[in-house]
Design a binder for this molecule. Structure first.
Ligand SMILES: Cc1cc2nc3c(=O)[nH]c(=O)nc-3n(C[C@H](O)[C@H](O)[C@H](O)COP(=O)(O)OP(=O)(O)OC[C@H]3O[C@@H](n4cnc5c(N)ncnc54)[C@H](O)[C@@H]3O)c2cc1C
Length: 368
């Protein structure tokens, strides 16, 4: 049997927190790889291209940033030379009370301070990827278990993963767990076992926006702007409870982006096509005939994504959970270090939190 592949640090998870950690460690000349379960990088960041230009991307995961309050992200955007633009809030906001009542509010918006990333949030990842040494990120490599081994002076940790479906072992001195605590708890076994109360804490830490469903309606023309509407809607009737103008910055096409108000269990009960039909009927109620000219509909149901969502996320969809202040940052004498936005002390849940948690992990690594 061949010896396990060795790297001095192994990061689990190629979301923003994992990629940022890898990028900074490589700048410091550490030998580091990232093991990623999915067949793509980015985790909850997902911005498919919907139009003819490479920047005509829409955000099916995070869309909004607030650089004024997010200094780490602001610095990263500037370092990587990534542009941002203001969320379109020009025009009136609609408030749908029931099937027959829509109120209109002059020039109001909940997103006055919000910005978006030119080319979609994915742009950050694309640029970070080019900064990483070739083959740093191993895709299709879900980690199954982590073993602390008694190896004298050798590396103290083994990771058992599946690489493209085949068992593969990696060895290392230090691991960064750059994934949501609830996902660590549901996907990775530890040997020796971790304390039961830690497992409970991880299980009880909701993953930000897990279980939510985003729908984006793509148009050739922003017909709502002609009606002096911003595209922003709050609805108590649904099925879309929030709608915004989600058009790409280059305006090569236009989009209404929305959150579905039904939880994952309710969505599962629906007949095929029912959610789309109900959503299109709602858009027609709100915006009129122009909404029928939809060119494409993109749906991302995060509840179907096993590397973001667990069973526990299905029945409740907290939008802004509070994160526990007592989340341990390191275990096994700093050989296991936690990152991931849910572990950030200040900005937990947000993109800013992913960077904050990575910076805390980096500080710990550099101090060991
Ligand atoms: C619908 C939605 C809307 C959002 N809107 C916003 C917004 O507007 N603004 C904002 O700031 N934030 C928003 N967020 C939150 C934002 O997406 C996250 O804060 C950020 O992407 C988290 O990055 P992360 O690296 O911490 O975790 P993740 O992106 O979850 O990365 C974890 C990675 O670990 C991988 N992984 C999991 N299990 C394993 C395993 N066993 N082995 C190997 N790899 C594994 C996953 O595949 C994933 O790539 C939103 C999220 C969603 C889902």
């Amino acid at each position: 049997m061949s010896a396990p592949e060795y790297h001095s640090i192994i990061i689990i998870g190629a979301g923003l927190s994992g990629l940022f950690t890898a990028w900074k460690l490589q700048q410091d000349k550490y030998d580091v790889i990232v093991l990623e379960a999915r067949d793509r990088m980015g985790g909850r960041i997902l911005s498919p291209q919907i139009g003819g230009t490479k920047d005509s991307c829409i955000d099916m995961g995070p869309a909004w940033i607030w650089p004024e309050f997010q200094p780490r992200l602001k610095r990263l955007l500037s370092t990587l030379n990534v542009g941002i633009f203001k969320q379109n809030t020009n025009g009136d906001m609609l408030y749908e009370l029931d099937a027959n009542t829509v109120e209109r509010y002059d020039d109001q918006s909940s997103h006055e301070m919000s910005y978006r990333i030119e080319g979609g949030a994915n742009k950050l990842l694309k640029i970070l990827q080019t900064e990483l040494i070739d083959k740093t990120v191993l895709l299709n490599t879900p980690v199954k278990s982590i073993h602390k081994i008694n190896s004298g002076s050798g590396p103290g940790l083994n990771i058992n993963a599946l690489k493209d479906g085949k068992p593969k072992t990696y060895s290392t001195n230090q691991i960064v767990l750059a994934l949501p605590p609830r996902i660590i708890d549901s996907t990775i076994n530890f040997h020796p076992s971790l304390p039961a109360e830690l497992s409970r804490l991880w299980e009880n830490t909701p993953t930000w926006m897990a279980g939510h469903c985003k729908m984006v309606f793509i148009y050739e023309k922003p017909f709502w702007r002609k009606q002096k509407l911003s595209g922003e809607v709050f609805s108590r009737y649904g099925p879309l409870t929030e709608i915004y103008d989600g058009s790409p910055a280059d305006e090569s096409c236009f989009a209404l982006t929305s959150f579905v108000g039904l939880n994952a269990d309710q969505r599962k009960q629906m007949k095929s096509g029912q959610l789309i039909d109900m959503s299109l009927a709602q858009l027609q109620r709100l915006f009129g005939e122009g909404s029928k000219m939809v060119k494409d509909i993109q749906i991302k149901d995060w509840s179907l994504d096993q590397y973001t969502t667990t069973e526990t996320d299905l029945s409740s969809m907290p939008r802004h959970p509070q994160y526990p202040a007592n989340m341990p940052r390191a275990l096994w004498s700093d050989q296991l270090i936690l990152a991931g936005t849910e572990t950030a002390r200040e900005h937990g849940g947000y993109i800013e939190g992913a960077i904050e948690s990575a910076q805390e992990a980096l500080a710990l690594i550099r101090s060991t």
